[in-house]
Design a protein around this ligand. Structure first.
Ligand code: GCU
Length: 595
């Protein structure tokens, strides 16, 4: 029984939040690679006192089975991977701390014996410290983006033992920080794979219509070694497109493809092309869509045509299982329920969702807003927090930059102006645009306010609002705020020179509750649906309205809500209950989107 030696603090990473060891940066399109799945039942040790990190275990030596032992992976609890641990064991429902996951595995021989083997985690919430055959191999912080390690030289043909110390404790300098309105799911929440790639392989690529000349596709490719002169062929057989690129001394290559014959990706016709990238030693492919997205005045323009975003907010939670969503089946349930309501747009709240749901949304023609969990009170100005924010933004863009469905990256949700916040977020906006100038940048603001003199909602003196391409507004008129005037007479003048998406609005209702239909906070379906009708009427006065996204598709779990009206521990702003029952407000939105 291999005993791992933990020796670092549970909630910090050894490195600056990036995966380290062998410097393997993330490999793109992991699911398009040859891989062995490490999903399945793993053994666990629940470690609330973090004893796995102190001397107690450091000095333990492997012992034979009949010796006294105070801990063991063997014959203990087991959890499914992927999956949050909170919803798998009643004892872990509220748990915030360390859970050690451990399992043995043999390696399946790859096609090429001299392959590199990359241990790839699609997501672990929230801090992961990883050990292989008793050796620490690296760590990662951030629960919603992938990380990987080159383990080629660390594997044995059989009986490899992997241990992962997962910690989901909230931290004042974390992202998100100490308080947020969703369940603090912890665990190995997404797929774990052992990839096999050629020693010299294609590690990254980005294809998109050139924002300045959409008759061309700009291509960036990177190979795993900084070798000059390597040829990489990029081809799209369906339309006979083909271009050969040559790497520079950094192992990077750029080039252009003529895009005149391409069908554009759009909601009604989400055209995807099989793209092949071939170097001397490696071939990788995936389906990619091509479209332009820009703003013109206060309109959002896709492929040269103004679009109105008929949206909804979605948490990555499967209501029936009351846990993190992580499979294609989960994605299908969540997305089809949204599509049934008539949406063409989804705000993936409040963190990068798993890749299955993003790729399925793209195949369904759904336009996406994606964000990192900078949610309300963040310790802006703290170097660790700012570095974590940059890492999270980079990892999200690195993973999803080839997804045509994603039209905007959001840098924050409901943060308020301050010197530190402005500096941090303006820096994050700059980083986002440097990494990807082919998409829009946005953020959600709840600081617009009602100005009595002008009978108008305004937003002043917010440099971050000035800096984004599209302004998101979260306002709960009729729920957290009263109607200052009748809905049809309330005026809006919020950054009206740029597009505005009403990125959150709504109120709560318990499905089937019809008590006190006119009373605010009755949690009645009638009050909720009337609130929706009133907000939709108010939206008619927003001259720069480019889209709406009610908060939220499904009732979802939140430890910040604990009252009998809500049926305890649920945020009931869902248009659909956690048992899949459509509330009256769902039909109000379906009707609104049908026009
Ligand atoms: C905020 C926040 C959501 C939250 C919602 C609510 O706007 O962005 O994450 O769930 O309000 O209070 O229900």
């Amino acid at each position: 029984m291999a005993i791992f030696l933990g020796f670092i603090s549970p909630t910090e990473c050894l490195s600056e939040n990036k995966s380290e060891t062998n410097g393997t940066s993330n490999i793109i399109n992991a699911y398009g690679r040859e891989y062995q799945s490490l999903n399945g039942e793993w053994n666990i040790i629940i470690d609330p006192n973090d004893r796995g990190y102190n001397d107690f275990w450091k000095n333990q030596k492997p012992r034979n089975n009949n010796e006294f032992r105070e801990y063991s992976f063997d014959d203990g609890y087991r959890l499914n991977v992927p999956g949050d641990f909170n919803s798998q064991m009643p004892e872990l429902k509220y748990y915030e701390g360390t859970v050690w996951y451990g399992r043995y595995f043999d390696i399946e021989e790859p096609q090429r014996t001299d392959d590199k083997r990359i241990l790839y985690f699609a997501g672990v919430s929230n801090v992961a410290n990883v050990y292989l055959n008793g050796e620490y191999i690296g760590s990662h912080e951030g629960g919603f983006t992938p990380f990987s390690f080159d383990v080629t030289d660390r594997l044995k043909p059989s009986e490899n033992f992997i241990a992962v110390a997962v910690n989901n404790k909230r931290k004042a300098d974390g992202i998100p920080s100490m308080n947020f309105d969703w369940w603090n799911y912890g665990g190995i929440t997404r797929d774990v794979m052992l990839l096999s790639v050629p020693k010299k392989h294609i590690v990254d690529y980005f294809l998109r219509l050139n924002p300045n000349n959409p008759s061309l596709i700009t291509i960036d490719v990177e190979i795993s070694e900084p070798i000059e002169g390597e040829q990489i062929e990029v081809s799209i057989p369906e339309i006979g497109a083909n271009v050969k690129l040559v790497t520079n001394t950094m192992g990077k290559a750029t080039g252009l493809l003529n895009a005149k014959k391409f069908k554009r990706w759009e909601s009604g016709n989400p055209k995807l092309y099989e793209v092949f990238l071939k170097s001397r030693n490696d071939t990788v492919s995936e389906k990619i869509g091509f479209r332009t997205i820009e703003t013109k005045g206060n309109k959002i323009i896709m492929n040269g045509v103004p679009i109105f975003l008929k949206g909804v907010n979605l948490h990555e939670e499967i209501p029936q299982r009351k846990g993190r969503a992580f499979t294609d089946a989960d994605a299908a349930m969540l997305l089809h329920e949204a599509k049934e309501m008539g949406v063409n747009f989804i705000r993936l709240a409040h963190y990068p969702h798993n890749e299955h749901i993003i790729r399925m949304a793209e195949q369904m023609g759904l336009v996406l807003w994606e964000e990192i969990p900078i949610w309300q009170n963040i310790d802006f100005g703290n170097p660790k927090t700012d570095s974590l924010a940059s890492n999270m933004m980079s990892e999200m863009i690195e993973r999803d930059k080839n997804r045509a469905s994603i039209i905007m990256w959001s840098v924050a949700n409901e943060t308020w102006p301050s010197e530190a916040r402005d500096k941090s977020l303006l820096g994050l906006i700059e980083l986002t645009r440097e990494m990807d100038n082919s998409r829009l940048v946005t953020a959600a603001f709840n600081n617009p306010y009602y100005d009595r003199e002008s009978n108008c909602f305004v937003l002043k003196n917010d440099p971050v609002a000035e800096a984004v391409d599209v302004i998101g507004v979260n306002k709960y008129i009729g729920w957290y705020e009263d109607w200052y005037q009748s809905p049809d007479s309330l005026k809006w003048k919020v950054l009206d020179e740029k597009p505005l998406i009403f990125s959150e609005f709504g109120g709560e209702a318990l499905y089937g509750n019809h008590e006190n239909p006119d009373a605010k906070w009755s949690w009645s379906e009638e009050y909720q649906s009337q609130l929706y009708r009133d907000n939709l009427k108010m939206f008619e006065n927003i001259s720069n309205l480019a889209g709406v996204a009610p908060w939220v598709m499904f009732d979802f779990r939140s430890p910040t809500r604990f009252s009998p009206q809500q049926g305890f521990e649920f945020n009931r702003k869902g248009l659909v209950s956690d048992r899949g029952e459509r509330k009256q407000a769902w039909y109000v939105m379906k009707n609104y989107y049908s026009h």
